[in-house]
Design a protein around this ligand. Structure first.
Ligand code: HEM
Length: 485
């Protein structure tokens, strides 16, 4: 029987590997402890590839070297999600793009590309986002009387409304039953990757999970029904429009679901695809904004610099004059650097798993037999001093800027937050467009103070939601000069 080897020898084991159970007990820990354990692996072993063993599961390897990751990105067909990932995430995502390979993946990717066009992103930045941002600002202004506000909810609401309207032509909210059921189901799906006995555990404790999945699936069917209804309405009505901002948004609303219906046809599969896009688009971005403000509250000098950038782009701006449309990745390099630095330390997708479809050899000489499982932990890799220097643990947005203040781009293998190669994230530009408007607008208008003590952690999920949200006190920022108050 072939085994994972390097230079004819088994790989070294990570810390806390036990006889018989290998890393099985380790994986049963909470998400937060697991992230810390992966971080210990990179601190102790650098870029070395390590063995991961869990009884009953295929042999695994933990890769930590960007060179190995580059190889994985270049050989998408060799390292796919495979049955290991699909079996665990099937209930939630079915045939959705995150789970799909081959032609069905291509169809969904093509539909996504026709949704995320430059013209549609322009409607997002010029019409939809300013509108939803302004609704959140109104809510925050109404909360300056000393009550606590959950910023994670505020950001989740912005991204939910955006995806709901633009992708599906539906009004969606972060507090919808669907959203809560999805969060619960996502947590249970993540636990399946940590617990080899999940089929048994769910047989006994899986009632709530099954209920949540059923609510999520029924919501997916609603999205499709509503899209089919929209189609019938459009074909029987006059489609001429005035060309004003509101009608531009109406024209493109639902373009993702319509492209999916065109490309796939089968309504159950379209529902799976729609739910997957919804999760990919709104959760990641909402969470990234939440961690951004968590870090900004700890780093007031960074807030000052963001405000200076606002002043530079909008000179003479007064209290209520802020025009977020002017904030773009080109005009706001410092804000972009802040966003990238947050993504480095708090990657919304903190782990990745792939399965070898054939025997393979990594650039560092590791041999992987067919069906082996390959794991990398972005959370840990992006804290590596070998890749990011001695200050890798510090929040330092300047590492993404050159001497002239221009953004430095890092290779996908060193900075894999948006993945790399053929399956690189389709929504990167959308996420950046949202971040570059939301961060400076909120930082300019408000002062946030923590309404919690200690550190915030992530709850177990497929992405990186903050456990318990981000409760803050809000007050309006009286000082618009960009200087520290
Ligand atoms: C900060 C925000 C975001 C981050 C960090 C992020 C990260 C990622 C990562 C790591 C993957 C690869 C996942 C995997 O296959 O295991 C991915 C895929 C994907 N992302 Fe994003 N994403 C973000 C925002 C968005 C947005 C706004 C959209 C818009 C709809 C989006 C759409 C997608 C899609 C469709 C895929 C699947 C691509 C494929 O398999 O070909 N993402 N993203």
């Amino acid at each position: 029987k072939k085994t994972i080897k390097k230079d004819g020898e088994p790989l070294r084991n990570p810390p806390n590997t036990l006889p018989l159970v290998g890393n099985g007990i380790q994986f049963l820990q909470s998400r937060w402890n697991l992230l810390e354990w992966f971080d210990r692996c990179q601190r102790q072993f650098g870029h070395e590839t390590l063995a991961l063993t869990v009884p009953t599961l295929p042999p695994g390897a933990l890769i930590q070297d960007p060179k190995n990751l580059e190889f994985v990105f270049k050989h998408e067909g060799l390292f796919t999600k495979g049955m290991f990932v699909k079996r665990r995430s099937w209930d939630l995502f079915g045939n959705g793009i995150i789970n799909a390979d081959g032609d069905f993946w291509k169809l969904q990717r093509k539909a996504g590309l026709s949704f995320l066009t430059t013209a549609n992103l322009r409607v997002l930045t010029d019409v939809a986002l300013p509108q939803y941002l302004s609704e959140s600002i109104t809510e925050l202004k109404a909360s300056t009387g000393g009550q606590t506000v959950d910023l994670q909810h505020i950001f989740h609401e912005i991204t939910t409304k955006l995806m709901g309207k633009m992708a599906y032509n539906m009004e969606m909210h972060a507090s919808d039953t669907f959203s809560q059921s999805f969060d619960y189901a996502s947590g249970c799906t993540a636990k399946r990757f940590q617990n080899p006995l999940w089929p048994l555990t769910e047989l006994i404790f899986g009632h709530q999970f099954r209920k949540s999945v059923s609510i999520v699936k029924s919501f997916g069917r609603n999205i499709v029904t509503s899209a089919v209804h929209d189609r019938e309405k459009v074909s029987s009505s006059d489609t001429s429009s005035s060309g004003d901002a509101e009608s531009k948004l109406d024209q493109i609303s639902g373009s993702l679901i319509q492209s999916l219906l065109d490309a796939i046809g089968d309504e159950q599969m379209v529902a799976d695809a729609a739910l997957t896009y919804l999760s990919a688009g709104r959760d990641t971005t909402g969470q990234a904004l939440t961690w951004t403000f968590y870090l900004l509250m700890k780093h007031p000098l960074v807030v000052t610099k963001i405000r200076e950038e606002v002043q530079h782009v909008l000179p003479g701006t007064e209290k209520e004059d802020i025009d977020p449309i002017k904030f773009t990745p080109v005009t706001m390099p410092y804000t972009m650097a802040v966003f990238y630095e947050v993504l480095r330390l708090y990657p919304p997708i903190p782990f990745e798993i792939r399965q070898c479809q054939e025997d393979a050899a990594l650039p560092d000489g590791t041999f992987l037999p067919k069906s082996s499982v390959l794991v990398w932990c972005l959370w840990a890799m992006q804290r590596s001093k070998l890749t990011w220097g001695d200050d890798a643990d510090e929040f330092n947005p300047s590492r993404f800027l050159d001497q002239n203040g221009k953004l430095i781009s890092r290779s996908a293998s060193e900075f894999p937050v948006f993945y790399g190669g053929a399956r690189t994230c389709l929504g990167r530009k959308m996420a950046e467009a949202i971040a570059v408007q939301v961060i400076p607008t909120m930082a300019w208008l408000f002062e946030f103070q923590p309404a919690y003590e200690g550190e915030r952690k992530s709850q177990t999920s497929l992405t990186l939601p903050m456990e318990g949200g981000l409760p803050v006190f809000v007050r309006e920022n009286g000082n618009r000069t960009g200087e520290k108050s």
